[in-house]
Design a protein around this ligand. Structure first.
Ligand code: ARG
Length: 263
């Protein structure tokens, strides 16, 4: 009898601990649903993707990435929480589970794929260069930028692109895109590189800056949502939402909404 009780107790302990450990093994998707919240990480000085704007007297983060995030949260049936941070801190925030996903115009590069996974690409842009208006006519080709100072956002693909144009010591990497813009306005750098819609937005909002038509060859141009590795259920759900948004023409609608503001 004692033996039987012992065995029964043993089984109960086993079942109980299995139940507990299972809870901790919830996938990110299950956790998002359980807490009723989708926490996105972004870096909001990248118009029209994401940027700060005063709406009804209140500072808010808006942009087409944010509109996409709202749709994703809606499809998941949860509320959306936005965490704004430095671009080069986003991947660490994701892998340490401080955020559930990254939506920040992030390009799914092979290097990043070593540490995180990506959804399908939801938007593709080219790369462009902005210069100071006092330098109009000075840079007729990328070669003319060979020894000049180029500003980029730290940890971005533009940092790599700049290395192909100028010397490594002439590249100025800053945490926020808005700070790169300030550097150009005060002529501490000669040029900056952003995705074309962002370059256009900043150039049209700043009289001292001009958008150039210098062509940059870059293979990595798309934006995708970053998620932690081994989260195929989440990836599937996100891709389904993105697919629907694309087929309804919603993504271009969102992009157009914010691009008009900057032009
Ligand atoms: N697409 C570039 C990259 O992935 C730049 C993205 C910058 N995004 C931002 N929200 N500041 O490296």
């Amino acid at each position: 009898m004692k033996k039987l009780i012992g065995i029964l107790l043993g089984i109960m302990v086993l079942v109980f601990s299995f139940g507990c450990s299972k809870k901790e093994d919830l996938t990110t998707l299950e956790k998002i649903k359980q807490k009723g919240e989708l926490v996105i990480g972004t870096s909001a000085s990248y118009p029209p993707y994401e940027f700060h704007k005063e709406v009804d007297g209140k500072d808010q983060i808006v942009g087409f990435d944010i509109d996409i995030a709202k749709e994703l949260a809606k499809d998941l049936g949860v509320k959306l929480t936005i965490k704004d941070m430095k671009f080069d801190g986003l991947i660490a925030a994701l892998t340490t589970n401080k955020i559930d996903i990254i939506i920040a115009g992030m390009t799914p590069t092979e290097e990043r794929k070593q540490t995180v996974d990506f959804s399908d690409v939801y938007y593709t842009a080219t790369q462009s260069i902005v210069i100071h208006k006092d330098d109009i006519g000075k840079f007729k080709s990328l070669d003319d930028l060979k020894n000049s100072k180029i500003g980029v956002q730290k940890g971005t693909i533009q940092e790599q692109i700049a290395k192909e144009i100028t010397n490594e010591e002439d590249i100025k990497g800053l945490a926020k895109a808005a700070d790169v813009v300030l550097q150009l306005k005060s002529k501490k750098i000669d040029a900056l590189i952003f995705e074309t819609p962002v370059a256009k937005a900043y150039a049209s909002n700043n009289d001292e800056l001009v958008f150039t038509n210098l062509k940059i060859n870059s293979e990595d141009n798309g934006s995708a949502i970053a998620i932690n590795l081994n989260n195929d259920d989440l990836k599937e759900v996100l891709n389904e939402s993105l697919k629907n948004l694309k087929s309804e023409g919603k993504i271009y609608e969102f992009v157009a909404n914010y691009s008009i503001e900057g032009e």
